[in-house]
Write a protein that binds this ligand. Structure first.
Ligand SMILES: Nc1ncnc2c1ncn2[C@@H]1O[C@H](COP(=O)(O)OP(=O)(O)OP(=O)(O)O)[C@@H](O)[C@H]1O
Ligand SMILES: [Mg+2]
Length: 392
């Protein structure tokens, strides 16, 4: 895919945008392989374009809208503002009037432990990210994956309309963006990263106790975190907003750069000890969980350009299995989430024990399907015991 002058026709019938901010560049193609190549500064001082690896993918209107307003904001000369929070380079981008933020850009080379991290975190020595079982530079894929997999009830995100996902992960897309306002300790470079819709909010769960959070809101986050084996669900990564006349609290899950890790070691869920987590899932949520299909999810991510490494695919398969088997036994979010989290740093979680037992029970070279069968049987035994059922 060439970076120079991608003209984008907004499906909403708005003016076509030229998604590259200037004159013809150095002629170097910047393929979607994660390489970041120094290049000439465009005249306009910035460039922005969606990074689409599969030409069959049509971006949805909500993503186009975000791209258009981000482009307009940069074009109006508003500099990206670096967030004071967080461990990586996180940039807020304004609308053309400079009144509201419209998107959040997280470049992969500024992730924690990546080469251009603006917070001076040490670089990873072996490529492993801040959380066990994640890789430096893959955070943006994971951010986009969380949005893609956060299916609305009864379907997938469509290319035509916009329906909020079950858990409400903000619309997120991969982009290439050039701006001198990003962190460039060396050469000025085009950056690849995730662009996420900015969500108006009243702070995060760090600012408020969970007492007033509706049960449904807590449960939707729990479903997302268990499915994706989220290793970074601390209170700062759930934003708060109010909805409707009665000002109901809405929880907005953000920051999914450490979901789908290769191992379950670092899974932590802020909501685990909230009282709402001890209540059973509603029939509606159980229906949603029953509709989940890890194989479909893996295929969907592949279609969007992320061929999950075997270990991460295994995580998704096992966590989806756990969630489904858990709700069939009437287990609460707490009971299921508790299986995934370590009680102390050194003591392995129940899910780690299950995986280990399965590993010990199969011969080397066994197929993934046979291994997962073994996980399934061992998981049944553990879950029956937790649910107080006679062994099935
Ligand atoms: N979509 C969004 N809408 C509004 N604000 C956001 C959004 N995404 C991030 N933020 C704000 O930016 C801050 C930093 O973002 P984020 O948590 O994604 O970064 P991080 O460096 O990965 O953080 P962490 O330290 O949790 O790993 C958040 O705490 C939040 O205040
Ligand atoms: Mg964060």
């Amino acid at each position: 895919m060439s970076s120079a002058g991608v003209t984008a026709l907004s499906p909403l019938g708005r003016e076509p945008r030229q998604y590259s901010g200037g004159e013809k560049n150095d002629g170097v193609d910047h393929e979607a392989d994660g390489d970041i190549v120094p290049r000439k500064v465009p005249d306009r001082g910035f460039s922005l374009e969606p990074l689409i690896v599969n030409p069959k993918i049509q971006l949805s209107p909500v993503i186009w809208d975000m791209l258009n307003s981000t482009f307009d904001g940069l074009n109006a000369g508003h500099y990206p503002m670096r967030s004071m929070d967080g461990t990586g380079g996180v940039y807020f981008i304004m609308d053309s009037l400079g009144q509201n933020y419209v998107s959040v850009f997280k470049p992969i080379d500024e992730e924690p432990m990546a080469v251009n991290n603006p917070r001076g975190l040490p670089m990873s020595s072996d490529g492993e990210g801040l959380k066990r079982g994640t890789r430096v530079g893959e955070g943006a894929f994971r951010e986009v994956a969380a949005y893609i997999l956060d299916h609305p009830k009864g379907g997938h995100h469509s290319s035509f309309g916009y329906e909020k996902g079950f858990a409400g992960v903000p619309p997120t897309s991969m982009v290439k963006c050039f701006h001198r306002g990003f962190n460039h300790p060396g050469d000025l470079t085009v950056k690849i990263g995730s662009l996420q819709m900015f969500m108006e909010n009243n702070g995060s769960c760090e600012d408020m106790g969970p007492g007033s959070f509706p049960v449904k809101e807590v449960h939707k986050i729990s479903v997302l975190d268990i499915r994706l084996a989220n290793a970074d669900r601390h209170a700062g990564n759930i934003l708060l907003s109010k909805e409707g006349e009665d000002g109901q609290t809405i929880l907005l899950p953000i920051d999914h750069g450490y979901c789908l890790p290769e191992t379950f070691e670092d899974c932590t869920f802020e909501w685990l000890y909230w009282p709402q987590a001890r209540q059973p899932y509603s029939a509606e949520t159980v229906d949603y969980i029953r509709s989940l299909d890890a194989e479909e999810d893996i295929a969907l991510l592949r279609f969007h350009g992320w061929d999950l490494p075997l270990e991460c695919a295994r995580t998704l398969r096992i966590s989806t299995m756990l969630l489904k088997k858990g709700v069939e036994r009437g287990l609460t979010p707490f009971a299921i989430g508790n299986i995934m989290c370590r009680k102390t740093l050194r003591k392995e979680s129940t899910i780690e024990e299950i995986v280990q037992e399965a590993q010990d029970s199969v011969l080397p070279g066994t197929s993934e399907a046979t291994f997962l069968d073994s996980v399934s049987q061992i998981m049944d035994r553990y879950l029956d015991e937790i649910a107080g059922l006679p062994s099935s």
